[in-house]
Design a protein around this ligand. Structure first.
Ligand code: NDP
Length: 257
């Protein structure tokens, strides 16, 4: 009974930014559990390379080009996929950018808008447009990738815009979770610590900062993409049937200190 609840056979799942890193790990976990998965990526080359990696483990995924910041495109992709598959059961809102390292007083309008457009506005367009199909069907599970940065202020890198965007993701998750709870659609989030992906390695001065990050982490290490994908799989599945509006911290203990 318990293992059965983790199976996703017959379900259709969409993962934004699913071509690499945490997104690709989520695609792999959901596909391994039996779901038909769609990689929704801004860059078709990243999507194709992610799919090729997946195929090496005997799994597969469909690819669709999607820039989550373009609400018209999000609506179109959601409607097209729902019509093609007859259902959308799972949405993983993973697409996100950090662009860390700019002090608040030096931040341009462009930088603020860009990070919030991808991390927060884009995530909402996806919740709204895929959520509509889930609400019509009376079932669905949305998993948002938030961050421990929505709880704590990272140091020493400056990234107020990123931290604020992730805090907004968490409260949107709670709000939609409550709003849609009696209509069969669950909305939860995962809040990861530093995960070993290109995003972390793109932070300016990462080598010098790493010792601070590890010192502040009780487990003393970065997380791995598959460790986030396991939580996403659980939240997406019927094993999490009582969870909605929850933010699951997967942070190696970071927020304990
Ligand atoms: P990556 O940068 O490795 O991957 C992000 C993916 O999202 C990329 O494939 C990227 O495409 C895609 N993407 C970016 N913008 C858009 C867009 N507008 N529309 C569609 N797809 C887009 O990041 P991670 O795997 O590290 O992060 C994934 C998520 O996890 C993010 O939301 C991030 O904030 C969150 N997170 C990450 C942590 C970490 O330490 N790595 C910690 C906490 C949270 P492309 O490659 O073409 O740019």
């Amino acid at each position: 009974m318990y293992l059965e609840k983790l199976k996703l056979d017959g379900r259709v799942a969409v993962v934004t930014g699913g071509g690499r890193a945490i997104g690709l790990a989520c695609v792999t976990a959901l596909a391994e559990a039996g779901a038909k998965v769609v990689i929704a990526e801004i860059d078709p080359k990243v999507a194709a390379s992610g799919r090729a990696t997946l195929q090496k483990s005997g799994l597969d995924a469909e690819i669709v080009q999607l820039d989550v910041t373009n609400s018209t495109e999000v609506t179109k992709v959601a409607d097209t996929l729902a019509a093609r598959h007859g259902r959308i059961d799972i949405l993983v809102n993973n697409a996100g950018i950090a662009r860390s390292g700019i002090a608040a007083e030096d931040l341009s309008d462009e930088h603020w808008h860009n990070v919030n457009d991808v991390n927060y506005n884009g995530l909402f367009w996806c919740c709204r447009d895929f959520g509509r199909h889930m609400l019509a069907a009376g079932r669905g599970s949305i998993v948002n990738i938030g961050s421990m940065s929505g709880y704590i202020v990272n140091r020493p890198q400056k990234q107020a815009y990123y931290n604020a965007s992730k805090a907004a993701v968490h409260h949107l998750t709670r709000s939609l979770g409550a709003e849609w709870a009696d209509r069969g659609v669950r909305v939860n989030a995962v809040a990861p610590t530093y995960i070993d992906t290109p995003m972390v390695h793109e932070v300016p001065g990462v080598d010098a900062m790493m010792k601070d990050w590890l010192r502040d982490t009780p487990m003393g290490r970065l997380g791995k993409p598959d460790e986030i994908a396991s939580v996403v799989h659980f939240l997406a599945s019927d094993a999490a049937s009582l969870l909605t509006g929850s933010i699951v911290l997967a942070d190696g203990g970071f927020t304990c200190w």
